[in-house]
Design a protein around this ligand. Structure first.
Ligand SMILES: Nc1ncnc2c1ncn2[C@@H]1O[C@H](COP(=O)(O)OP(=O)(O)OP(=O)(O)O)[C@@H](O)[C@H]1O
Ligand SMILES: [Mg+2]
Length: 262
């Protein structure tokens, strides 16, 4: 039997933002979640419910006002190299090649040149860009740029990968292909992934568990276990089981959205 261990734990987390008038807005309220090592977990919920806020707090980009976040049993107190972060826009350095972008973090960390070159080549291969290492970002398609972005985040060998709508800017076909590719990379690297999306089909397709959040202030409404077999070919999206999960999650979110309609 596989022994699992807890990768990420969120306990009673509250996150507030200051308002100009001196008050504050509660974005996330009493958020509890456990992510096990090696799991792929997606967060979905109505727009503005606090998905990015949760991810940003786990990344250590902003403080939480109450509660605790633990990564590998250690409290998260700020940003760190144990987390690899990928956002919607690839935001690559335009003056660096694909390879140069991927190994940037290794350079900063003082990893010797031969080692980072080797690692960079491995990562180019992993994300399917072997022959594009010397291309600059403006010579790459949006999907290719996001592959570089994912490779860059993986280069530092993070303990946890955090992705916020990474395929949001891609066309529908590229997006589907990137989902397939991400699952392949996830399997190869055995990473733990926390992934934010507003696309329910994307969440069901990728996840072991889909976390559905309530409308703001965002709490965990339901953690839905996705019992679809792996590997998952794209055609699985047309299966009855898949569409049932999609509908179930869709109904949860629509009910939440309606709570905000006066
Ligand atoms: N810097 C900020 N200052 C004040 N309020 C903020 C700030 N950032 C986010 N908020 C508020 O916190 C709530 C949660 O925002 P967040 O960006 O986490 O939502 P989200 O679920 O990621 O939304 P979307 O699906 O649109 O990306 C929103 O209602 C937003 O208005
Ligand atoms: Mg967001």
């Amino acid at each position: 039997m596989n022994k699992t261990s807890t990768k990420l734990q969120s306990e009673n987390v509250y996150i507030t933002y200051p308002l100009k008038n001196g008050g504050e807005v509660t974005a996330v309220e009493d958020f509890n979640l456990t992510v096990e090592e090696g799991e792929f977990v997606c967060i979905v919920g109505p727009s503005g419910c606090g998905k990015s806020t949760v991810l940003g707090a786990v990344a250590g980009f902003h403080d939480i006002s109450y509660g605790s976040l633990y990564l590998d049993g250690k409290e998260i107190t700020g940003a760190g190299r144990d987390r690899g972060v990928v956002f919607q826009d690839a935001s690559l350095f335009p003056w660096r090649t694909a390879l140069g972008n991927i190994i940037y973090g290794l350079e900063v960390a003082g990893v010797p040149k031969s080692e980072r070159q080797k690692k960079g080549d491995e990562l180019l291969e992993l994300v399917g860009l072997n022959s594009f290492g010397s291309h600059y970002p403006n010579q790459l398609s949006g999907g290719m740029q996001q592959r570089v972005n994912v490779a860059r985040a993986l280069a530092i060998e993070p303990s946890l990968m955090l992705l916020d709508e990474p395929f949001g800017a891609l066309d529908a076909q590229t997006r589907e292909f990137m989902q397939l590719e991400l699952l392949r990379i996830w399997k190869a690297t055995k990473q733990t992934i926390l992934f934010v999306t507003h696309d329910i089909a994307e969440a069901v397709y990728l996840s072991d568990h889909v976390v559905v959040m309530t409308a703001r202030p965002g709490k965990l409404l339901e953690k839905v276990k996705i019992d679809l077999p792996r590997p998952r070919p794209l055609e699985i999206k047309r299966s009855k089981e898949f569409t049932e999960y999609e509908k179930y999650i869709w109904d949860l979110i629509v009910t939440e959205k309606q709570k905000n309609v006066v």
